[in-house]
Design a protein around this ligand. Structure first.
Ligand code: FMN
Length: 399
């Protein structure tokens, strides 16, 4: 009997020992994978120190440019500085492959960076003037990779620190649930339309409710399903997901777990358990798109263009998205691009498939002359969005 009790005690002791070791392992893994360091470390420094060297002229503009929204956080840009101008280049090594066969999203991303730079130029007392290269997108790579897509000329002007400029480091893509009971008011939608006005060849569509909003929501979900079923697209997207702390700090790019919009506790658990396979990650993405992103969106919107594959128009469409997202940030609104439908339009065109997604989108705009290049949602969210990593400014300066 005594021996039995002793051995039971011994068993319980060793169980306790094992639990402590296991808990230690979990805590170690949590520590190792950045559970306690959300938004910390060198990969996030560009968000904190972007205004430290505001006297740096063109370099200060680049510090703001790299904080812009950009597809899959590929940061597909390089900048060449002179005293009175900045040349903006596409970095084709950071191309999204089958996900962006015409490099349309790359140009949208460059447009976003340009908008941050224009706002910062004005805040610094420059009168910026944009010169956009007249190019078209085609398959098989850029026709003129050595040419800048844009040159930002800087002449002295009146200093103007706008609310959009002040929002630059507070703007983050929000992939969590939005409050469906809180609509984006008509007055706010009118402000958005006035931000979009006066641009030739670009038109903003907004859907706060009704059948067009429901239909666009369906297309966002079905485009996501089609992307997941398209192996090349799914793989080229998965290549930019960073699941562990070390690869985030090493690459300083890509989409991270912290930014997928999970509640804090689930986010912490997701960092401790093994990373999902690409197939599991795709399924989680589809579920979130259907049940969170679309289901809780009070407002869906589309930036449309007259010519889907015209480079200067696309750069300006990117500028408009950056402006809208900064404006939303200044108004306390959350926003997220949901650009899967136009991504499928590109892929249909590349593969010579029947243009089903393109036709379905025309069913929403009611006019084949306006082609969606950017789809997004907006609303009010309970928690703020988290920071995404950025490469240091030195890494994006042309030699
Ligand atoms: C052209 C373009 C397409 C994008 N498409 C999506 C998208 O479909 N889904 C999404 O969640 N975010 C999308 N984004 C947002 C980027 O993933 C995000 O800007 C990037 O990860 C950097 O994060 P940040 O915006 O928080 O700085 C897109 C951004 C751009 C400019």
């Amino acid at each position: 009997m005594t021996r039995t009790v002793m051995s039971r005690r011994g068993f319980l002791k060793s169980l306790a020992g094992l639990s402590i070791v296991a808990a230690g392992g979990v805590v170690y893994r949590a520590w190792d994978n950045g559970v306690f360091d959300v938004g910390a470390g060198p990969a996030y420094e560009p968000w904190h120190d972007w205004r430290d060297d505001m006297g740096d002229g063109p370099l200060a503009l680049v510090r703001a440019g790299i904080l812009a929204s950009n597809a899959h956080n590929t940061q597909p840009w390089r900048f060449e500085l002179a005293e009175d101008r900045i040349a903006v280049y596409a970095d084709h090594e950071r191309h999204l492959g089958a996900f962006d066969p015409y490099r349309r999203e790359m140009a949208l991303s460059l447009g976003c960076a340009i908008e941050n730079m224009v706002l910062t130029a004005k805040a610094q007392g420059f009168a910026p003037r944009m010169e956009l290269a007249q190019d078209r997108f085609g398959l098989g790579g850029p026709a003129h990779p050595e040419r800048p897509v844009a040159i930002l000329h800087l002449a002295p002007g009146e200093a103007e620190e706008s609310e959009l400029f002040r929002a630059i480091a507070h703007r983050h893509t929000h992939r969590g649930a939005y409050d469906r009971e809180q609509p984006v008011s008509q007055a706010l939608q009118d402000e958005m339309q006035s931000l979009a006005g006066g641009r030739d060849g670009i038109r903003l569509f907004l859907f706060g409710g009704g059948p067009a909003k429901a239909r666009l929501g369906e297309l966002i979900v079905s485009a996501t399903e089609e992307i997941i079923a398209d192996h090349a697209m799914a793989m080229d997207s998965a290549a930019w997901f960073r699941f562990d702390w070390r690869s985030i700090q090493q690459h300083r790019d890509g989409v991270t777990l912290d930014t997928v919009g999970l509640p804090p506790l689930i986010n912490a658990v997701a960092k401790i358990v093994p990373a999902p396979s690409p197939e599991q990650a795709d399924q989680q993405w589809l579920d979130a798109t259907r049940n969170v992103h679309v289901a809780t969106a009070p407002l869906l919107g589309m930036i449309t263009v007259g010519d889907l594959y015209d480079q200067p128009t696309t750069l300006q469409a990117g500028q408009l998205w950056q402006r809208l997202h900064l404006w939303a940030t200044a108004r306390g609104l959350a926003a997220q691009p949901l650009n899967m439908p136009p991504e499928r339009v590109d892929r249909e065109a590349e593969l010579g498939l029947e243009p089903r997604m393109a036709a379905a989108l025309t069913g929403i705009t009611g006019d084949a002359g306006w082609r969606p290049t950017f789809v997004f949602r907006m609303g009010h969210a309970e928690r703020p969005a988290r920071l995404s990593p950025r490469r240091p400014v030195e890494a994006v300066l042309a030699a």
